[in-house]
Design a protein around this ligand. Structure first.
Ligand code: ZN
Length: 270
């Protein structure tokens, strides 16, 4: 059957080719893509082109966006959705704003007694419920490796969380998933992390203690680890890893372990 969408897609892809040289260079600069199959990389390549066609990347003064940077950003943005077929989960926002540095953003919080608190928080990223995603450039440049840090995936995980309302750590689950299993896995890991930090705010935690900030941050931070340090996340919170694997329909831990077995540069633990 003829489909307008498929035709339109084809046209966008044909009009925005990525040269083989640029592709090699960018993929080579993103270790978190290592071990993906040729089929997955081909799909990611198409999705990245469509992403760059659909989203406006606004660079504030101080940020120089080259074709290479745009592609790097788009590939990391699309990695989480690689196996989430045609759900259109990024349809709800149109712009990514790149700040030259971490930024101050006015924060407001009304406590249970009704008192309004306002303060300036230092941020490297932000995702608004109905609005753009804001990313600080140094954080974008520092993303892409297996170090348990990925600002792009972190902020876009907030967007996935917001698909069904406020960011609360519960994105729309697939039909074969169970909300109780999700809630139990997330809550017990969150409580565990929280208890450690309650006892000692400076405690060494297996994952970034920022995850204990609230359930939304817990989902964003664990999503970040899922794709950029799956071994660390799996070791600390195997149930959380399992829920995220069901949600993203990917298994980066197996991919990383295969790399560690077959590639000399992965043999050393990172
Ligand atoms: Zn966050």
């Amino acid at each position: 059957m003829w489909s307008f969408r498929a035709w339109q897609r084809k046209r966008i892809l044909a009009r925005n080719p990525i040269s083989a040289e640029l592709w090699r260079r960018v993929v080579g600069s993103l270790p978190i893509l290592d071990g993906l199959s040729d089929e997955e990389l081909a799909r990611l390549r198409e999705r990245a082109v469509l992403f760059l066609h659909e989203k406006r990347l606004t660079a504030l003064p101080g940020v120089e966006l080259q074709a290479e940077d745009r592609l790097r950003l788009a590939l990391q943005a699309e990695l989480p959705l690689l196996h989430l077929a045609e759900l259109g989960w990024y349809r709800g926002f149109h712009e990514i704003v790149l700040y030259p540095d971490d930024f101050l953003s006015p924060q407001k919080y009304r406590d249970p007694a009704g008192v309004e608190h306002e303060w300036d928080g230092e941020h490297s990223g932000e995702a608004w419920l109905q609005g753009p995603v804001i990313l600080a450039w140094p954080g974008v440049q520092g993303s892409g490796g297996w170090e348990g840090y990925n600002l792009v995936i972190h902020e876009l995980a907030h967007k996935l969380d917001m698909l069904n309302g406020d960011a609360n750590g519960l994105p729309p689950l697939h039909r074969n998933m169970h909300i109780e299993a999700w809630a139990t896995a997330m809550q017990s890991a969150y409580d565990q992390l929280d208890a450690v930090l309650d006892a000692d705010p400076d405690a060494e935690t297996p994952i970034d203690p920022y995850a204990a900030e609230n359930p939304a941050e817990f989902f964003a931070v664990t999503s970040e680890y899922f794709f950029s340090a799956p071994d660390v996340l799996h070791q600390a919170f195997p149930e959380v890893y399992a829920q995220l694997a069901a949600f993203y329909r990917q298994d980066p831990l197996t991919r990383l372990q295969q790399l560690q077995h077959s590639h000399p540069q992965y043999a050393e633990p990172h």
